[in-house]
Write a protein that binds this ligand. Structure first.
Ligand code: NDP
Ligand code: 2IT
Length: 455
């Protein structure tokens, strides 16, 4: 579900024409429009302070990807049948560094979704303070129910085209929905074979034994929880004793549950596209990981094996009364009705683990109700930030231990929080992390674009 263009709030005159150009040029990209609108809606005060950004056409350039690649991915299944999927890589902005961002394998993938993700990634990566530009890619391939051999053949075919567009100084992909260490392994192997180079830093999210960084697997979920901790600390509170609802049961969800639990909260939910489970005694992480990471099974299995846990088929996880909500599945999964339910049940903090999981109407409900709301481009930046740490370690042939890597992640999340929080104050929107994150990130990217000339 996405708002249609006519349902968006009006923008400041200085940015409305940019939005009109985007929607006229690519009318069938609702998720991309949604992501662009949210940024344009926030950054008017930055443009007032910096008329030179307007004169240099920074916005007009920023909403148009530097390069878009779409390609055929043919592969043969175990029964010998041919399939053809569509692959994408959107190289959105390299103003701050090589294009950086994940690959998503999911049947819903299309150009609009990859462009929205690539656009968000520009600002997220800027907020980390590291030298990484924004990009995203993927394919409309569904890994569910496929054998390892099928996934391997798909990944090899995908890399057979992608390799010519990436490189450790050019574009560095990683995981996202449907792409974890198994897929990164198959793609890295194919890249190495085709190029005859062991170019370790060309992909991140690698296995620990062959160039992967400690804490990259945990980083997005841990980082989102560290961000929640920072938000609560401003109000003299902590996660201790809080009830938490997490959606999804993939990479981000699992490690958000783990860190929230370690910090004294009780995570009571997990979900997948079939429904959700509620476990009042706190999610048993070992069981969840066994079902999801080892068996690649469905969430109903959790309720079957865990006494006291309930499975609600097709229901909304947001019906569960909690203090903290962490949407960690997919875009637009938390809508107006869910937001009203959460607010009615007394939610205090909403932290986006996923990219754009909250619809614009739902964000408005939270902000009007005084709920602390953290947008994904700030709260889930820990994943890509730790990818950049992996790139640094690969380039310098160093290896940092778990504790050191986790401390670096914690420091980066504190910096992202600080940058977002104070930008909101500077631009007259105290407490509004959406405005803060967008303004802080945009200032950094726009300054680089201005300095580097019209290209
Ligand atoms: P995974 O593939 O590991 O897990 C995705 C989870 O979300 C699964 O439980 C999946 O259920 C569920 N899900 C996915 N699509 C849908 C859908 N359309 N409807 C309902 N449930 C759905 O992905 P990640 O955990 O890596 O990613 C989750 C979110 O976090 C995404 O928005 C991603 O862009 C974002 N993100 C990920 C980062 C990372 O480092 N991995 C970094 C920053 C953001 P099912 O198996 O049934 O499909
Ligand atoms: O959305 C994201 O930030 C990711 N999927 C992680 C990207 C990365 O390059 O680690």
């Amino acid at each position: 579900m996405n708002p249609t263009t006519s349902e968006f709030h009006p923008l400041a005159p200085s940015v409305q024409s940019v939005f009109d150009t985007v929607t006229a040029r690519d009318p069938h990209e609702p998720e991309f429009h949604q992501a662009v609108h949210e940024v344009l809606h926030s950054i008017a005060p930055v443009l007032e302070k910096h008329p030179e950004f307007v004169e240099a056409g920074v916005l007009e350039r920023l909403v148009e990807p530097e390069r878009q690649v779409m390609f055929r991915v043919p592969w043969i299944d175990d029964a010998g049948r041919l399939h053809v999927n569509r692959g994408y890589r959107i190289q959105f902005s390299s103003a701050l560094g090589p294009y950086k961002g994940g690959l998503r394998f999911h049947p819903s993938v299309n150009l609009s979704i990859i462009k929205f993700l690539g656009f968000e990634q520009i600002f997220k990566n800027a907020l980390t303070g590291q030298g990484i530009g924004g990009g995203k890619g993927g394919a409309d391939f569904d890994p569910h129910g496929k054998s390892d051999a099928e996934v391997m053949r798909f990944c090899q075919s995908f890399m057979n085209e992608l390799f010519r567009h990436i490189g450790e100084q050019t574009d560095v992909p990683a995981g996202d929905i449907g792409v974890g260490s198994r897929e990164i392994g198959y793609m890295f192997g194919m890249y190495r074979k085709i190029t005859n180079r062991h170019e370790t830093g060309v992909l991140t999210g690698k296995g620990i034994g062959w160039g992967g960084a400690q804490v990259r697997t945990e980083a997005t979920g841990y980082g989102a929880v560290f961000f929640a901790q920072e938000m609560l600390a401003v109000h003299g509170e902590s996660l201790e004793g809080k009830r938490v609802a997490v959606s999804g049961s993939g990479n981000v969800a699992i490690y958000a549950i783990e860190k929230a639990t370690q910090l004294g909260a009780r995570a009571v939910t997990a979900s997948d596209s079939s429904g959700y489970v509620v476990d009042e005694s706190g999610i048993d992480l070992a069981l969840l990981r066994q079902i999801k990471e080892v068996e690649r099974g469905r969430i109903v299995e959790y309720a079957r094996r865990r006494p006291g846990a309930r499975f609600i088929e097709g229901g909304s996880v947001w019906e569960t009364p909690v203090d903290v909500a962490i949407p960690a599945a997919t875009q637009n999964e938390l809508d107006f009705d869910s937001a009203e339910t959460l607010v009615g049940n007394g939610v205090r903090v909403v932290v986006e683990g996923a990219n754009m999981p909250t619809t614009p109407e739902a964000v408005e409900i939270f902000q009007r109700a005084g709920v602390l709301f953290a947008p994904g481009k700030a709260a889930n930046a820990g994943g890509v930030a730790t990818s950049a740490l992996e790139m640094s370690q690969n380039a310098s042939r160093q290896r940092w231990g778990f504790a050191e890597s986790e401390q670096r992640l914690r420091d980066i999340m504190a910096d992202v929080h600080h940058a977002s929080f104070y930008a909101a104050e500077r631009f007259d929107a105290p407490g509004d992390y959406v405005v803060g994150a967008n303004c802080a990130a945009f200032e950094r990217v726009a300054s680089a674009m201005l300095a580097q000339g019209v290209i």
